[in-house]
Design a protein around this ligand. Structure first.
Ligand code: ASP
Length: 327
């Protein structure tokens, strides 16, 4: 399994966002630029009419081969707030059901004239492949176990907004790291910004090799919590497990769930995060998700403005990641 951010081309990818590493030669600069732009799109989102004409005449298509609630709605809302036209491709009602190949599907969509394709797929590497076929910009909305870069950007933004910045923060990422594209993108982004990341999971839920991952590892959540500024919980990705990796969900919760008792071990200022969808009562107690420090709803809200920033940078600014935008 590759190192977080390793999908990066050496000098970033100015046209697409497939991996956190695509954000430019200096990933931290690229993330900071997205954060600065997001500030202005948060302001737009708070207006009575949250819409700007920036991407008028541009078309954004969402091509989702895997289920999604937040990511898909968030990208579509972001595109609409920028006045882009949107198209939604539903696998279940498309010719993919008749056996049409991915390549033919992409070429069909491109022939209609689109500017950006937002792709989610159960297989790692599909968005990169689509980018090789398409002229349009490709944005990875989650591919298999690989990456989910806009989730990491919205997570960075939420930490910056609620805790003043990511640098120096002690972040525990807890749970099914092995199957989590969120964990891979988050580790790449958080460490690029100077956070200290600890993965907390049973050995069976960690990647077989952590070579090159700039993280610490712990199998004991209780001992980590008191020195944690951000506790980031991952969903058990049961759809990606081909074998039983924990004896039972009950036993998983007993050792790694953020129960109310465990949440009390966190410092008062600590943030509690989750990318959604939550399994309340498994990785996070229902009550804990409502606590003061839980910023799960902020993550969703910020996702729209972050995706507006990404669409603007790829389609509207005429500049490359990490460069000066004209906005
Ligand atoms: N929504 C996130 C993803 O698509 C996290 C999850 O599904 O657990 O990767």
């Amino acid at each position: 399994m590759s190192r977080p951010g390793s999908g990066a081309r050496r000098h970033g990818d100015p046209r697409n966002l497939i991996s956190i590493g695509d954000l430019g030669p200096d990933v931290a600069d690229g993330i900071e630029e997205v954060m600065r732009l997001t500030d202005s799109f948060v302001e737009v989102s708070e207006r009575a009419i949250p819409k700007v004409p920036t991407l008028r005449g541009r078309t954004v298509v969402s091509l989702f081969f895997e289920d999604s609630t937040r990511t898909r709605l968030s990208f579509e809302t972001a595109a609409k707030r920028l006045s882009a036209d949107t198209m939604t491709f539903s696998v279940g009602t498309s010719s993919v059901k008749k056996g049409e190949s991915l390549r033919d599907t992409v070429e069909t969509i491109e022939a209609m004239g689109v500017d950006a394709i937002v792709v989610r797929h159960a297989s790692s590497g599909v968005p990169r492949q689509v980018a090789q076929w398409a002229e349009a910009s490709v944005i990875n909305a989650g591919d298999g176990w690989h990456e989910h870069p806009t989730q990491a950007l919205l997570d960075c933004y939420t930490i910056r907004q609620r805790a003043g910045g990511v640098a120096g923060k002690r972040i525990a990422i807890v749970g099914d790291v092995k199957h989590s594209r969120v964990a891979r993108s988050d580790v790449g982004a958080f460490t690029a910004l100077g956070a200290e990341v600890t993965l907390v999971a049973p050995p069976t839920l960690l990647p077989p090799s952590l070579d090159g991952w700039p993280v610490k590892v712990s199998h004991d959540l209780d001992s980590v919590l008191a020195s944690t500024d951000v506790c980031y919980l991952l969903r058990m990705q049961r759809e990606r497990m081909s074998e039983a990796l924990v004896p039972s969900l009950r036993e998983y919760t007993a050792l790694y769930g953020l129960t109310a008792r465990r949440a009390d071990l966190l410092p008062e200022h600590a943030l509690i995060m989750h990318p959604g969808p939550m399994n309340r009562g498994v990785e996070i107690a229902a009550e804990v998700a409502e606590r003061q420090g839980a910023v799960i709803v902020d993550q969703v809200r910020n996702g729209v403005a972050v995706r507006m920033a990404v669409l603007f940078l790829l389609l509207g600014s005429g500049t490359e990641w990490g460069g000066e935008s004209d906005r």
